[in-house]
Design a protein. Structure first.
Length: 327
């Protein structure tokens, strides 16, 4: 018979000891692991929270910067618009007589472009939240766009009105050149001073050249138009002066002619009277006796004239002597 091998009692004991050791170890490490996990979670939560806060802080800072960046350009745009609207050159164009414009609608467009633009610069303070800052940024950008559009419209309106003004000035100068050329033809030989015609011809040459210059502005064209009109007026004055001088000379000549004719007529009348006077021929007829104080005689011709004889000389019956003198 085989002897039975004795069973080792330590096997179960060892196993029991091992299990018990494991149990002790598990119970010893569980609280530590939990703490680690909790700490890790807290760290993670803190990190996330800090990250979120940092992100929001960064967003807010960017919103402030973006909003602030819209303020200065908007202020500059408003200043530029106001300066352009109040400029002397602009106000002069607004007050311009529309008769000086080739297209009168350009004046209406300028008046419309001069209307004030109502905009508000919204604040960009750090006390505002990100959403408010973002909204204000958008408002400032829209306001900037409106101001820039208004400025562009004003610039366009000014340019069009100036072009219309220049065109009208060129048209007026061109028309005046034609009038001046006709005046030169009509005034040949009629001016008191020839130099006025020479000056007009010089002005006509300069005016015609400037009228064809497309780069000339209305100020130059208007100045040349004034000079041309002055030269034309000088010619007209010279023509009038010569006409008056000729009229005065003709009047004096007529007065002299009439005076000379009157003198000649008076001289001729005096000569005629001197040449035609003759003493009347006497014809005597013997007196007839008369009972009155005198004698009546008939002298001359078959009929004769009736005279009275007073013993010394015969006297016409009407009281005049025979020689033509009256008593």
């Amino acid at each position: 018979m085989f002897d039975e091998e004795p069973t080792s009692p330590t096997t179960s004991a060892d196993n029991s000891g091992t299990s018990a050791g494991k149990a002790d170890t598990s119970s010893h490490h569980s609280p530590t692991l939990q703490v680690i996990i909790i700490v890790a979670i807290l760290v993670l939560v803190g990190s996330v929270t800090g990250g979120v806060y940092a992100y929001h802080r960064h967003e807010h800072s960017q919103a402030v910067s973006a909003c602030v960046e819209t303020v200065k350009p908007l202020q500059s745009a408003l200043t530029s618009l106001h300066e352009q609207q109040s400029a002397k050159s602009t106000t002069e164009l607004v007050n311009l007589d529309v008769k000086k414009l080739a297209d009168k609608t350009t004046h209406d467009a300028l008046v419309s472009a001069m209307k004030p633009v109502s905009v508000t610069i919204t604040p960009c303070t750090t006390t505002l939240d990100t959403a408010q800052l973002t909204a204000n940024t958008s408002k400032n950008k829209r306001a900037f766009t409106r101001v820039k559009t208004a400025t562009a419209n004003l610039t366009t309106a000014v340019d069009k009105l100036v072009a219309s003004r220049t065109l009208q000035s060129r048209n007026l100068l061109t028309a005046e050149v034609k009038s001046g050329q006709q005046l030169v033809k009509d005034s040949q030989g009629k001016v008191q001073e020839q130099k006025t015609l020479d000056q007009l011809n010089t002005a006509l040459t300069a005016s015609n050249k400037l009228a064809q210059d497309k780069t000339a502005d209305y100020t130059k064209l208007d100045k040349q138009l004034d000079e041309l009109k002055k030269a034309e007026q000088s010619v007209r004055d010279s023509v009038e002066a010569k006409r008056k001088a000729e009229e005065e000379a003709a009047r004096k000549a007529e007065e002299a002619r009439q005076a000379q004719a009157a003198a000649q007529a008076a001289q001729q009348a005096q000569t005629y009277r001197a040449q035609t006077y003759r003493a009347p021929a006497q014809s005597y007829r013997a007196p007839a006796q008369n009972n009155g104080g005198g004698t009546t005689k008939r002298i001359g011709g078959s009929e004769g004239s009736i005279y009275k004889w007073n013993g010394k000389h015969a006297t016409p019956d009407d009281g005049c002597r025979i020689v033509g003198f009256c008593n």
